[in-house]
Design a binder for this molecule. Sequence first.
Ligand code: GLN
Length: 456
Amino acid sequence: ARHFLARSQTAADLGAYLAMDEEATLAQARAADALLAAGNAPALAGVPIAHKDIFVTRDFATTAGSKMLADYRSPFDATVVRRLGVGAPGQTGGAGMVTLGKLNCDEFAMGSANENSAYGVVKNPWDTARVPGGSSGGSAAAVAARLTPAATGTDTGGSIRQPASFCGITGIKPTYGRASRYGMVAFASSLDQAGPMARTAEDCALLLSAMCGPDLDRDSTSLDVPAEDFTRGLSGDLTGLRIGLPTEFFGDGLDADVRAAIDAALAELRQLGATVVDISLPRTRLAIPVYYVLAAAEASSNLSRFDGVKFGFRAPDYTDLEDMYKKTRSQGFGDEVQRRIMTGTYVLSHGYYDAYYLQAQKVRRLIAQDFQQAFTQCDVIAGPVAPSVAWGLGAHGDDPLADYLADIYTLPASLAGLPGMSVPAGFGAAGMPVGLQLIGNYLQEGRLLNVAHRLQ
Ligand code: GLN
């Protein structure tokens, strides 16, 4: 822990870490030492980890990348944090990992480049003039720069997979409901999922095994599926595995350098015995409008709790209650968050609900059905994570659509609630990393991790 804390100080200009507290980290490290000394400690005991600042933590402030939660301190740990951690006094501990601190992210996880954080941009360690991806950009950058051996992330529409791809690390978003959302600051509740980000598929398998499991008392969408040891299938043979390539993921808009890296990874998988089949996900194009209607609708509802009354930021000067709400929310939320709240409120309003929200829900169902059709022809789906390598800081300027369009390959699996991951597949333009995306059917995380592990 001391090593990573010191190393992180020397790389502060990457902007990856937000809250750090050496005392709190070392207290957790002593608790992990006690677990180890007692014998029979879990496999991850004493291994440092850092958490995306969207997970609430007792020992560190939680901001969700927003001014709205500046200096907010939660009285409890998110379930995922608790399951990975050493446990608070008087509580049963988890995997015994030691928290190094909290990692920067886009405000309320809304973004694709980590340029929407109220606490500054994060830089890509491979080229500090480029973005690390988002919204889990701090997590990806910290793992890539070796400022932590592992991190948590969350993925609503690609926020684990895309930054993992941009920073050359491995990350997995499990099936919706596998990991508890309790204590994860909510963005779009029907899509939000936690997952690990680390160097290898093997590390991700260890972390995911500890993170998942039912939490029905605290998250009603938590799946009643027992925790699983995802390391067990890692050495599985790929002979006969059918890998489906969606035509729609390889069309116009995919950069040639990314395509070349993906093709090379697929050739390697063929050599390992897999067969490749062409499939179709015909509604891929619709995933962007569907996602940006539904995610905004859910965000507008979830973020209504930030009203300046119960917790968080309150505007200093106001005349009456309504003025306090208005000023608090105008000053506390950044531009992108306000854009989503307004879009979401609009699509949910009387007269537009049927045309936008309900319509998007119907197309979401069809997108999920397209995957089930595809999985009659293949076992795993593969393709790019993003159409390009990491772009330059500020390159998308004030054009939010440029960010939205880059989510095209990650959104479909999110809308369907399917597990998806990014595994390093080589390098594209300017020597920047490229990730291969693997998508599995429900609860097939083990299979994805096996394929990724064989590539490494
Ligand atoms: N880029 C997408 C968005 O801005 C996805 C973000 C996420 O997965 N949290 O909504």
